[in-house]
Ligand binder design. Sequence first.
Ligand SMILES: C[S@@+](CC[C@H](N)C(=O)[O-])C[C@H]1O[C@@H](n2cnc3c(N)ncnc32)[C@H](O)[C@@H]1O
Length: 188
Amino acid sequence: MCGSGTLLIEAAMIAMDLPAQIFRKRFGFQNWNNYDADLFSKIKEFRINRVRQFDGKIVGYDIDARMLNAARMNVEAAEMEDVIEIKKQDFFESKKELFPLLMVFNPPYDERISINDDDFYKKIGDTFKTHYPNTLAWLISSDLEAVKKIGLRPSRKIKLFNGKLETRFLQYEMYEGTKKVHKLEENK
Ligand SMILES: C[S@@+](CC[C@H](N)C(=O)[O-])C[C@H]1O[C@@H](n2cnc3c(N)ncnc32)[C@H](O)[C@@H]1O
């Protein structure tokens, strides 16, 4: 559910120790009277040259062709094609392909993107349980009722605001056939 790829690109930048917005063409402070263009280009060059080697793999799935196109364009603009792969893939039909795996995603929620399927969040939980054993998943959503349908107890809950929308950033831990998943299910 990578949409236009923001989370993928930010994750790659953090992994490579690149400052946010480093590739932006123009900043407001460049209009200030005391703006020092030489100093800024030195700092920028220094940060780009000390980029950290990143050997991991970042993969984004989405089902919407327009989103996939936007994500590919954004990844290309950030020059991250070597580390980020974008795939057309329905999450509900996906299986764990990377080992170990950390998932971070923000599924659609009513305020921004309508979901026609009442069971959408239940299907996320079912996919977690059946196809993503031994995985840590972080999920961000403002649909506080829908997240309950995931059917797993989050191991961490962080309250955030996305503009005016109260939002939760929730961590789920899935283990393969261990008491943990069963315990989580018992507590539903
Ligand atoms: C809230 S948006 C994600 C926004 C994203 N963080 C960004 O930077 O643009 C949710 C995304 O989930 C995608 N989506 C919905 N159902 C999906 C499914 N079954 N499998 C994969 N992606 C899905 C939608 O196409 C949409 O792009």
